[in-house]
Design a protein around this ligand. Structure first.
Ligand SMILES: Cc1ncc(COP(=O)(O)O)c(C=O)c1O
Length: 485
């Protein structure tokens, strides 16, 4: 084994490229082994004090051997990651990644492209993904789109575009006070909290975000939405501007009636935005796509390629029907970003005109690799498989005496609780025990005021046998929690 990785005296390149190549190949092998053997390790392991201690060191002034730093990664970082590669990671809404995405990410880092703008091929790759996203969701081919960190950011961009479209983009200079009546936004009571954040950041104020109650399926009540908007427009004299529908709520995976909402918004002249963080990807499955009927009529859709398409983090995305409205919300003529007729500064619209990031990584590359290598159909098959397993888990839970279901299953999320106890603390203890034992990692949420166990099956590696093992582990953790272990 060669040691003593040295850097050239005058720059940051390796002094000995062969030595660097050998260490890099070892690093790649390390991660391939890690992914290949993912089932052999706990889902999650609490980082011990000795590992955390490694990250309380002073700024390193002198160089360290690359192999030694890689060894530290192997000892102190790799074993204590989130665990979302593991088939029994069932918490929150985490994509599992793929080895192919990992390689693509390495290639992107090698090119080190800055995708804020300019005339280079990475921008064309991103435009290709924008057209694929439009095709996937039935949007016009000339729709605009942009990669962002995640759906939280994409929802924020959508709210800003809807705001400026409604009151005019003078708001960018004049601010909201000169824009007349107070704007009001609408989303279901089950909407993700990032919608509230977006409304706050957009200067509208979360008192003016109406959370419309949901029906027994968890979908927004259109009759109550209509009533609320009439009241806001009437005596209150407010200015409703956007309805945010959800395709796949974070708590239970419920889907709003998108077609009815689209029609309602068309008639009422409201911007219709959809938060489809993970649910929008159901468009890749012919069996699940009908659940999204109406998504093709939205003004904008936010979703994450890093969730159900398993592109490595992060790869959030916003698709917008009206490219001009999109551009007007963000573009900024500024001398140092002047466009030239040819050369590297050519190109009329750059990604920095469509969002507030100027420096941007090449997220499109790992997305392009993922769709090229697997094909959209295969990704859809994996999504379907997750939804089938959610139904299977539902059957298994129904068969136990220990647990009972707490919400209908639309997609891939199963919420349940202890049948013999309503104690929030005991429910939480079951989840902590599963995580601490490293056997599975569901999360918790609160439904109708009670803490429940929430299993979101999002991993392309999860099988029926994994679900069987999960149910056995659940029973064991319930026993341990009830007996105070
Ligand atoms: C419905 C929904 N919206 C928004 C988000 C936020 O997405 P991100 O974490 O990519 O910002 C999530 C995350 O799980 C979600 O499920």
């Amino acid at each position: 084994m060669m040691h003593d990785f040295r850097i050239k005296p005058d720059d940051l390149d390796p002094d000995d490229w062969q030595n660097f190549r050998s260490i890099s190949h070892d690093a790649l092998s390390l991660m391939i082994d890690f992914i290949q053997t993912i089932r052999e390790r706990p889902v999650w392991t609490q980082a011990p004090a000795a590992a955390i201690e490694q990250f309380h060191q002073p700024l390193p002034l002198m160089p360290h051997d690359l192999r030694a730093v890689l060894a530290d990664f192997e000892s102190y970082i790799m074993p204590y990651a989130t665990g979302n590669l593991h088939p029994l990671f069932l918490g929150w809404v985490h994509g599992a990644g793929t080895p192919v995405g990992m390689v693509a990410e390495m290639l992107a880092a090698g090119l080190n492209a800055n995708c804020g703008g300019r005339n280079h091929i990475a921008i064309e790759v991103e435009r290709q993904v924008v057209r694929w996203a439009a095709e996937m969701l039935g949007f016009p081919n000339d729709s605009s789109g942009i990669f962002v960190t995640g759906t939280s950011a994409a929802n924020l961009l959508a709210v800003l575009i809807a705001r400026d479209f409604t009151v005019g983009d003078r708001v960018r200079q004049d601010g909201l006070r000169k824009m007349g009546a107070q704007l009001v936004a609408y989303a279901s009571a089950e909407a993700h909290d990032c919608i509230r954040q977006a409304i706050e950041i957009a200067g509208i104020g979360s008192h003016f975000l109406r959370f419309v109650p949901v029906d027994s399926r968890g979908a927004m009540r259109l009759d109550l939405l209509r009533e609320q908007i009439t009241a806001d427009r009437g005596d209150a004299g407010l200015n409703p501007f956007v309805v945010v529908g959800t395709a796949g709520t974070v708590n239970t995976g419920a889907i709003d009636d998108l077609s009815d909402l689209a029609e309602f918004c068309r008639v009422e002249r409201l911007w219709f935005h959809i938060d489809g963080a993970f649910g929008a990807l159901c468009a890749l499955s012919p069996r699940l796509k009908p659940l999204l009927f109406g998504i093709e009529r939205a003004d904008s859709v936010a979703f994450d390629f890093h969730k159900w398409a398993h592109v490595p983090y992060d790869a959030g995305f916003l698709l917008v029907r009206n490219p001009e409205a999109h551009r007007r919300a963000f573009s900024n003529p500024t001398p140092y970003l002047n466009r030239l007729p040819n050369g590297l500064a050519a190109g009329e619209v750059w990604p920095c005109d469509m969002g507030f990031d100027l420096s941007r990584s090449f997220r499109a590359l790992k997305t392009w690799f993922t769709f090229r290598v697997f094909g959209a159909e295969k990704i859809g098959v994996c999504i379907e498989q997750n939804c089938r397993l959610a139904k299977y888990l539902e059957e298994c839970i129904e068969k136990t005496e220990t647990f009972e279901l707490c919400a209908p299953i639309t997609l891939n999320i199963v919420c349940f609780k202890l049948s013999q106890s309503d104690s929030d603390q005991l429910t939480r203890q079951v989840v902590i025990d599963l995580q601490d034992r490293g056997v599975a990692a569901p999360s918790t949420t609160i439904l109708r005021g009670k803490t429940v166990i929430r299993a979101a099956i999002l991993n392309h590696r999860t099988t029926e046998q994994d679900i069987d093992e999960f149910v056995i582990a659940l029973e064991e953790s319930a026993r341990r929690a009830m007996s105070g272990v």
